[in-house]
Structure formats: structure tokens, C-alpha cells
Design a protein around this ligand. Structure first.
Ligand SMILES: [Zn+2]
Ligand SMILES: [Zn+2]
Ligand SMILES: [Zn+2]
Length: 273
């Protein structure tokens, strides 16, 4: 079981277009951040390689090529913001390679948004020409109902992104894993969050890994600051916490030195086992 950070940057990406700041011009590759997205790679009980994507941002093509992703079994959507959904078109290549449709999982409102934005995928019979579009199987997530994908138990986590209710996800092994086998699970993935409702806290216990939004130091209405994220992480008490969705205000090396034990900034390409 591997958890891969495909992208760790905020919505504009880092470097930002037209910016000459120290982070945008940094020589440290960890200061280059594609839009926030992640993959869970594992072998299922039948020995088949599986990949679950969390979100399909506008950098998905570059991320898939960089990681060498060759398949996608399911996509979990946190919310319909451009930086988390606008790469959905790219998954048609996975359809072509693996010759199966891809399950997508999102709340009803998010699925409705995806149907509107990607009408050429969902209403393909309306396309003027029969063009090469993704083949998807939509599943509506009930935020109170955990579900299972190829032996991974997925528990939706209600989060607040400013006033917008969105989803994070907790991943657990549905069945015990062999002794000695390493795993980043239980893992909770909480991007684009500024508030955690009381009922969600009890779903964040016993984590080996917490992945948490930490935009920048300055206050923001829809994202946790680094100080706020550190405070949330201390309350959650996961064995280790990785921060994501950073802006160009956050230099990687310097910021990491200032973080408490067990907390780090993630960087693109980082793999947890
Ligand atoms: Zn975002
Ligand atoms: Zn910059
Ligand atoms: Zn967002």
C-alpha cells in the first residue's frame, strides 16, 4: 500500500504565473507544486494492482506521466473546485489502456456539478461527433455511509471549506493485513478545509497518517493557515502529519524546520508506505 502525493500546491500552482518571488524561483524542486491531488496504489486480495485517485485536478496528465500511473480504478472527489476536477477529461487514457470504465464517487451536489461541466462525458450521445471521451460509472456518496473499494474501506469526512461543506476521506484496510506489511493506513485526507465539524473529530482517531490543508501563514477564509493546521494536527494526534495545498508564501525547507515533531510539508512525488 502506497500513498502518493501527486500534487501539493494551491489552486494557482507554484510557481505562480508571472511571479518572481523566492519560492517561485527556488532551485529546490520541493518548492514546485502542481495542484493538490493524491493516489492510493495497492494490490487487491486477488493480486491485481489498483489505483484510487483523490480528485482529478488540471495537472492530472502531467502527474500521471511523472508517476508512471497506468491505471485508475476509482476517483474520489472532495469538491467541485476547478483545481480539483478540471483534469477529469484525462482519465480517458486509463479507459483506453485498461479497457474498463472508471468508478467515480462524489456527493450528489458535486456529481451534479461534474455532469454540468463535463456534459460531453455524461451525455455523450448528444455529442455531434462520436469523440474520445472518458467512460465513467458515477456513485453518489452518502456522507454518513462508509463504503469499500477493492478492500479499502473509505469513510467520508465532512469538512468545511469556508461556508462550503465538502468531503475529506479516511482510508482503512477492510481486512487485517499480513504481519510485517507496511501501510500508511489508517490515513485521513483533508484538503481545502478551514473548519472541522464536531461529528468529524471522532472519525479522526487512531490515524497513522493525517494529510491536512495548510495554505500559508496569513489568515484565509476557506483554508487553514499553517499555525491553524498545526493546532488541528496536534488535536488529531496522528503518528505523522503531512501538509498540502501550500501557496508560494511557503518555502519548503525553511518551513519544515519550524514545524513540530511528526509534522512535515508534503512535496510533489513524495510516497508514503
Ligand atoms: Zn483546492
Ligand atoms: Zn511567487
Ligand atoms: Zn477548493
Amino acid at each position: 500500500m502506497r500513498f502518493v502525493f501527486l500534487g501539493t500546491g494551491t489552486s494557482a500552482g507554484v510557481p505562480a504565473i508571472g511571479c518572481d518571488c523566492a519560492v517561485c524561483t527556488s532551485a529546490d524542486p520541493r518548492d514546485q507544486r502542481l495542484r493538490t491531488s493524491a493516489a492510493l496504489e495497492f494490490t487487491d486480495a486477488d493480486g491485481r494492482e489498483r489505483v484510487i485517485l483523490i480528485d482529478s485536478g488540471p495537472d492530472l496528465r502531467a502527474q500521471a506521466l511523472r508517476r508512471g500511473l497506468r491505471r485508475c480504478d476509482a476517483i474520489l472527489f472532495t469538491h467541485n473546485h476547478v483545481d480539483h476536477t478540471f483534469g477529469l477529461d484525462e482519465v480517458r487514457r486509463f479507459n483506453a489502456v485498461q479497457k474498463t470504465p472508471i468508478s467515480i464517487h462524489a456527493e450528489g451536489k458535486t456529481l451534479g456539478d461534474l455532469r454540468r461541466v463535463f456534459a460531453h462525458i455524461f451525455d455523450r450521445d448528444q455529442n455531434v461527433n462520436n469523440s474520445f471521451v472518458a467512460s465513467l460509472i458515477p456513485h453518489v456518496i452518502d456522507p454518513d455511509a462508509p463504503f469499500e473499494i477493492h478492500g479499502v474501506r473509505v469513510t467520508p469526512l465532512r469538512l468545511l471549506h469556508g461556508k462550503l461543506p465538502i468531503l475529506g476521506f479516511r482510508f482503512d484496510h477492510a481486512r487485517p493485513i499480513a504481519g510485517g506489511e507496511s501501510s500508511p493506513l489508517p490515513l485521513a485526507y483533508c484538503t481545502d478545509v478551514s473548519g472541522i465539524p464536531p461529528a468529524t473529530w471522532k472519525r479522526l482517531t487512531g490515524l497513522r497518517t493525517l494529510v491536512l490543508d495548510a495554505l500559508r501563514h496569513r489568515k484565509h477564509s476557506t483554508h487553514l493557515t499553517i499555525d491553524e493546521a498545526v493546532s488541528v494536527a496536534q488535536n488529531v494526534g496522528a503518528t505523522r502529519t503531512y501538509f498540502v495545498h501550500m501557496s508560494h508564501d511557503v518555502p519548503h525547507a525553511q518551513t519544515n524546520e519550524s514545524l513540530p515533531r511528526g509534522m512535515r510539508l508534503a512535496h510533489d512525488g513524495l510516497v508514503l508506505e
